[in-house]
Design a protein around this ligand. Structure first.
Ligand code: 16G
Ligand code: MG
Length: 547
């Protein structure tokens, strides 16, 4: 009997809407939840094949649409070390999601199996989870049908954050290796990160309460469990926007994306000077911090501020450990504020590179560094320790107690960091650790450099696919001539910088601008957005001129 014998029958239960074309984008498939049933079912089939192609290693499937509106949902596959799906498989995902009949679904599976030389006798293993969205149960049932159709050994992790699922997958696949990542359970996660945190902050002065805006998403119940597991005044939190039961609240006027995009505090939070605040996004893979100064003015500490804080701390520890030939580097995207890039290069004197937007691109660049910190300005990021760096650290024979302490702290930091993907909870513990160890307030952290005013605009166009970029999305190569116009506009403003890129998650084009003053920055942003609208088929309202 063919390995795909049952697929057509199961597939018939989840017909594809004929009027939608699906695309596996920057963060998997993402659109209106109810329309995704066939796609999620088919993602389950592909996860099974991917597992077989990896000789039976566990592959993850996460059902989430992150910071999007509650009516949206999405699905993405997690590769065997907990990282994003290998890019060459994204095309398979798109192909199978768009197959127009059940028999075509089977044909595509068969052709992938042949192309990849898959041994169909291997029993596939898949771990899956979802966030708190109302369409989650429907899509989970579709996924389970996909897994049943290929007789997958499946593990349901329930309602967890996206980075927790990444962590579980990595744990499962390293369980019998020389370096197991951890225990693949929620309590294993909380214990691993909680214990590392306590090792690092033990004996330091206690911090004040951290107010966490959980975007009314899955981060709320999970961070409460983390706090219970840590059970120490070093992690004294108050969760705001933690309502996952009431429909219509997820990500609305709250969460990391809202706070970063609007540069203002979330609903339900009144900032008190010297108070400490942070926001997760809807699936808790992003985090930003913020505070109000003595005049009540809002200040954001975004992914750039986190990466500079973390890189500085790691650089100093590596120096204290006396490990030569171990370089800390930083990966950013074009969205990184120009001040942060100058600070990393000129003040910290650390190497920095730009990658295209999307976690997988940053992750791959960071893998090339000895210790690579990558963060998107939006608050998604982590730190990777290259195996060579680990070997070098293992080889050190500390000559002084200070050196031994620095090495111990580096090991503890490695245990504190979710190396599989950016993780709001692990990143939060990392930031808390550094602030506690330095005895810093958020204002002191913020003092390292001052952000240039920036503005992000969205332009809806007839066809965003005509926009092609190069140089880590900093320059347009198509539509022809548009980059020249952007360059000439940028040249008019001191410290001006602007770029245009097609969104990977929405049918729109993004325009970013920064300049020395708020007014220059806004003028530049609207001028570039206007040029995009006029020269590249803008739809709807022309971006309003800045007055
Ligand atoms: C997704 C990406 C995020 C990126 C954003 C850009 C992952 C897990 N998430 O949310 O990293 O910043 O897309 O969206 O890769 P855009 O292409 O619509 O601007
Ligand atoms: Mg997210």
């Amino acid at each position: 009997m063919s390995a795909f014998a049952q697929v057509a029958e199961y597939s018939a239960k989840h017909p594809k809407p004929s009027d939608i074309t699906f695309e596996y984008g920057t963060a998997g498939f993402r659109t209106i939840g109810e329309t995704l049933e066939s796609t999620v079912f088919r993602a389950g089939l592909l996860a099974a094949l991917r597992s077989q192609s990896k000789h039976g290693q566990v592959i993850g499937v996460m059902i989430t649409a992150s910071h999007n509106h509650e009516r949206d949902n999405g699905v993405k596959l997690v590769d065997s070390m907990g990282e994003m799906l290998q890019q060459s498989w994204e095309g398979y995902c798109t192909d199978i999601a768009n197959a127009s009949s059940d028999s075509q679904v089977v044909d595509i599976l068969a052709s992938i199996a042949q192309l990849e030389g898959i041994d169909m006798s291997i029993r596939p293993k898949v771990a899956y989870a979802r966030d708190t969205r109302p369409s989650g149960p429907l899509l989970q049932a579709a996924l389970e049908d996909g897994l049943a159709a290929l007789d997958v050994e499946a593990t349901n992790f329930g309602i967890v954050t996206t980075p927790q699922l990444h962590y579980f997958v990595r744990c499962l696949n390293t369980a019998n290796s020389p370096s197991p990542y951890g225990e693949p359970t929620e309590s294993g996660y909380n214990t691993k990160y909680g214990q590392a945190f306590l090792r690092l902050v033990d004996g330091k002065p206690l911090p004040s309460t951290l107010h966490i805006d959980a975007a009314n998403g899955v981060g709320a119940p999970q961070v409460r469990k983390l706090a219970d597991a840590i059970g120490s005044p070093y992690f004294n939190i108050e969760v705001n926007n933690g309502d996952t039961d009431t429909l219509g609240k997820l990500n609305i006027d709250c969460g990391a994306d809202y706070v970063k995009s609007n540069q203002r505090s979330p609903v339900g939070t009144t900032l008190v000077p010297s108070g400490r605040y942070c926001s997760f996004d809807g699936d808790a893979d992003r985090i930003v911090y913020y505070y109000a100064d003595d005049h009540g003015i809002f200040h954001l500490l975004d992914g750039d501020k986190i990466s500079t804080l973390v890189a500085t701390y790691l650089r100093d520890l590596v120096a204290a450990a006396g490990v030569t030939d171990l370089q800390v580097g930083v990966v950013q995207t074009a969205y990184a504020n120009g001040s942060s890039t100058s600070y990393i290069k000129d003040t910290l004197r650390l190497p920095t590179v730009f990658a295209k937007t999307g976690v997988k691109h940053l992750h791959h660049e960071a893998e090339k560094m000895s210790i690579g910190a990558y963060f998107e300005a939006n608050g998604h990021g982590t730190v990777l320790f290259n195996p060579c760096a680990v070997e070098k650290l293992q080889a050190v024979r500390p000559a002084t107690p200070a050196q031994a302490d620095a090495i111990n702290r580096l090991w503890a930091l490695r245990d504190l960091i979710n190396e599989s993907v950016g993780d709001a909870m692990s990143d939060m513990l990392l930031v808390e650790t550094i602030l506690i160890c330095k005895g810093w307030t958020l204002e002191q952290w913020d003092a390292a450099y001052t952000d240039l005013p920036s503005r992000l605009l969205k332009v809806v166009v007839n066809d965003r696919n005509i926009f092609k970029t190069t140089d880590a999305e900093q320059k347009l190569t198509s539509p022809l001539g548009l980059q020249g116009v952007v360059d000439s506009l940028v040249a008019k403003f001191p410290k001006g910088r602007s770029f245009v890129r097609p969104s990977g998650t929405e049918d729109a084009v993004r325009v970013y601008a920064e300049a020395a003053t708020r007014s220059d920055c806004d003028q530049l942003a609207y001028a570039v957005a206007g040029a995009v609208f006029d020269k590249a088929g803008g739809r709807g309202d022309r971006p309003a001129e800045f007055l």
